[in-house]
Design a protein around this ligand. Structure first.
Ligand code: NAD
Length: 317
């Protein structure tokens, strides 16, 4: 860690950024939180609002709106800045616009002397993480995206309800692109100590294999459903960012399906960042945990990997 006080700079104080900030305050996740946004007035207002909640919290966090120079001694820079998809706009056009946004952020963070860990949530998150890696010149272990961390949480919640077991004891993962090509490698999924496949096989009156497809589909379409109902999603991802930040500060060696660069796992060697179980600690993305997936699952993963690579290569720099 760069300094004795745990310091986080948040770039992008919209719905996602502030959901993270609010969770961070409630969980007293750091000692200093600096808010930066293109819209300085908003960042200032958000800092005031959060500060007024301090009296009701157990935290003595220092919260202020700031500038890129504040990144010099930060431990973590969380990026939630970006633009949302306009009506009729393709994902690729959104990518092009968010690339420009990151061009105006990442070099300024680096020029300030930042030497900590980037944590990216802006969509399309896997490609924005790779862009952060390219623009920063940082070691890949110091650049993490939220990846499919939220999707994995959604999966565990639904599986917990289905099997009537606490979601925290569901060891199942959503991997690949945070998007349409993501999937669940069911061969690896466990209800505590039992394989999901075995649990279903041993109680076919109660459980059905087809239900797994429905659950995976519900996870994949969850964001669309929430956006339809309330405009955008933010609490879940805010909590997910907070959890990853905690794992970094506490040197936890916890496992999340963050967006990380693989190191030859499954024979994949490009600079692609993709959601996959990875050990996260104070050094960032410490170790990717290669799974013993079936050939069919590896094919799906490679397909998702190729989609991400193709999208990245389509960016006009
Ligand atoms: P929002 O519009 O509420 O906030 C975006 C903020 O970014 C705004 O305050 C805006 O002023 C700021 N911004 C734009 N350009 C900037 C720049 N150049 N420098 C600094 N700040 C800038 O959007 P939101 O709902 O908070 O979503 C933010 C991002 O998070 C989106 O890309 C969204 O798709 C993504 N998201 C990711 C996940 C995930 O699982 N990773 C989940 C939900 C949303």
């Amino acid at each position: 860690m760069a300094n004795l006080k745990r310091k986080v700079v948040l770039v992008g104080t919209g719905m996602v950024g502030m959901s993270f900030a609010y969770a961070a305050l409630n969980q007293s996740i750091c000692d200093e939180l600096v808010l930066i946004d293109l819209n300085e007035v908003r960042a200032r207002g958000e800092a005031m609002d959060l500060n007024h909640g301090l009296a009701f919290s157990n935290s003595s966090m220092q919260i202020k709106y700031g500038e890129y120079s504040d990144c010099s001694d930060a431990d973590i820079v969380v990026i939630c800045a970006g633009v949302n998809q306009k009506e009729g706009e393709t994902r690729l056009q959104l990518l092009q616009r968010n690339y420009k946004v990151f061009e105006s952020i990442v070099p300024r963070v680096v020029s300030a002397g930042f030497e900590g860990i980037f944590l990216v949530a802006t969509n399309p998150v896997d490609i924005m993480t790779r862009i952060t890696y390219e623009l920063s010149g940082f070691n890949a272990s110091k650049v993490i995206g939220t990846g499919t961390t939220l999707d994995t949480a959604r999966l565990r919640y639904l599986l917990g309800n289905y099997f009537e077991v606490d979601p925290r004891h569901m060891h199942a993962y959503v991997i690949g692109e945070h998007g349409d090509s993501e999937f669940v490698p069911w061969s690896q999924a466990m209800v505590s100590v039992k394989l999901v496949y075995d649990v279903i096989q041993s109680n076919m009156q109660r459980y059905k294999f087809e239900d797994l497809d429905k659950i995976a589909d519900e996870v994949r379409t969850a964001a669309y459903q929430i956006i339809k109902a309330k405009g955008s999603t933010y609490y879940g991802i805010g909590m997910a960012i907070c959890r990853i930040v905690r794992a970094i500060f506490h040197n936890e060696n916890s496992v999340f399906t963050t967006s990380v660069r693989l190191r030859g796992e499954y024979g994949l060697r490009k600079e692609v960042f993709i959601g996959h179980p990875c050990i996260i600690n104070s050094g960032g993305a410490n170790r990717v945990l290669e799974m013993n997936m079936t050939n069919d699952e590896i094919d799906k993963f490679q397909k998702s990997y190729d989609i991400l690579d193709k999208s990245f290569c389509s960016i006009e720099c």
